[in-house]
Design a protein around this ligand. Structure first.
Ligand SMILES: NC(=O)CC[C@H](N)C(=O)O
Length: 396
């Protein structure tokens, strides 16, 4: 390649975006998506596909995602692979950090270039970053707070950016659920996407489920609907009395962003009461952590967190290993689980707690994302288990 051809591949090497870490490190790159700046915690995600679902998962509010897979955006974006329900409240992740520039979309479902889609959703991004080095840094030092700034003219207030990154208080102690929960009740009957059919409808529901929205993902609602549920989604601060007055066959506690110990301040008293009522209850991720808090366990911040679509988890009841989708930076401290709360699933990466069930009660939860989106379908059986518990409970 001649030097002029090389130059045309990189027509303008002037940085148009910066990644500024809380320790003052400044990394130059090229701006993507919206212009402006976004502050949050940087976490790495190891999924090779499904970037659109990852970026729209409300659990990522307050986070900047660096993908370890270098070619993000190559299949474009569409209007179906979106996990946020409450789009007005949150775009999901605040920012995105990529290795390579985004190439033209190549996929029959692609409707829009990832860059244009990020811009339309107000997500700020940076490419040209050595994401391997950044991931190695997170592995040794933990997840740093940082600011991504994108300005087409290449002018940045470096002092201001460093100050913002340094002074952002961090996710520990932060309750982000009020930002992402829905403000109103709504019902849901859409079932999962099928090849050549698209989404379906649940028109003969067997169960009434109340799902508490801490930042719920669409595919959770679809899989519940697929198991025969008509779902009423309620805001995060709904009381146990209001939930039980709806006479649900089952209660679902959703995933969500931020520190479970903070969110738990209003969710935990509600969860304690619904457990007491004997209603079958199923929790995922933040819902799992808050169920843990409700029975008296403690949660803790993790060093690098678990974010990806390839995490092995052992089911302690069957001995089987599931490959799971994960997205969490906090975890239930298994050493604090009280008698009566049995550990049902364990991470084979670090031995951390991945699931519990309450002895003598129809209540269970998992730390990972059995709905995947993106990720493998190994853990879909948990939705059937919830349906079975509701069926048994109705018969009793
Ligand atoms: N996906 C989730 O629900 C995440 C839960 C919690 N915010 C965590 O980071 O651990």
């Amino acid at each position: 390649m001649t030097s002029s051809e090389n130059a045309s591949a990189w027509p303008d090497l002037k940085p148009t975006a910066l990644l500024v870490l809380a320790d003052g490190t400044v990394i130059e790159g090229f701006g993507l998506g919206a212009e402006g700046q976004a502050v949050g915690e940087v976490c790495f995600n190891t999924a090779m596909t499904g970037y659109q679902e990852i970026l729209t998962d409300p659990s990522y509010a307050g986070q900047l995602i660096t993908f370890t897979f270098p070619h993000i955006g190559n299949v474009g974006t569409n209007d179906e692979d979106i996990e946020t329900v409450n789009m007005a409240a949150t775009p999901g992740a605040r920012g995105v950090i990529l290795r390579s520039a985004i190439t033209s979309p190549s996929n029959y479902r692609a409707a829009r270039h990832l860059d244009a889609w990020l811009r339309a959703r107000g997500i700020i991004g940076i490419s040209g970053i050595d994401t391997r080095a950044l991931t190695a840094l997170i592995r040794t030092k933990g997840m740093p707070n940082a600011v991504i700034a994108h300005a087409k003219d290449g002018h940045f207030d470096l002092y201001g950016l460093k100050k913002e990154a340094r002074e952002w208080p961090g996710l520990e102690g932060m309750d982000l659920v009020p930002m992402v929960t829905s403000s109103q009740r709504y019902t849901w009957d859409e079932t999962p996407w099928e090849w050549d059919k698209g989404f379906g409808r649940q028109d003969r529901p067997e169960f009434n489920v109340v799902a508490v929205d801490y930042g719920i993902k669409r595919n959770i609602l679809r899989l519940l609907a697929g198991e025969g549920c008509k779902i009423t989604v309620v805001p995060a601060a709904t009381s146990a009395e209001d939930i039980l007055a709806m006479k649900p066959d089952g209660i679902f506690l959703s995933n969500g962003p931020g520190d479970p110990a903070e969110t738990g301040k209003y969710a935990v008293p509600m969860i304690r009461k619904v457990i007491e009522s004997g209603t079958p209850t199923f929790g995922i991720c933040l819902g799992h952590q808050m169920l843990g808090l409700a029975v008296g366990a403690k949660t803790k911040k993790m060093h690098q967190g678990h974010h990806g679509a390839n995490h092995p988890v052992r089911n302690e009841t069957t001995g089987k290993v599931e490959i799971t989708s994960m997205n969490h930076g906090f975890a239930v401290d298994e050493t604090t689980l009280p008698k009566g709360a049995k550990q049902t699933h364990v991470s084979l990466f670090d031995g951390s707690n991945c699931g519990i069930e309450l002895e003598g009660r129809p209540v269970f939860s998992v730390q990972y994302h059995p709905e995947a989106s993106p990720g493998p379908r190994d853990s879909h059986y948990l939705f059937r288990r919830f349906a079975d518990l509701m069926r048994e409970n109705k018969r009793a």
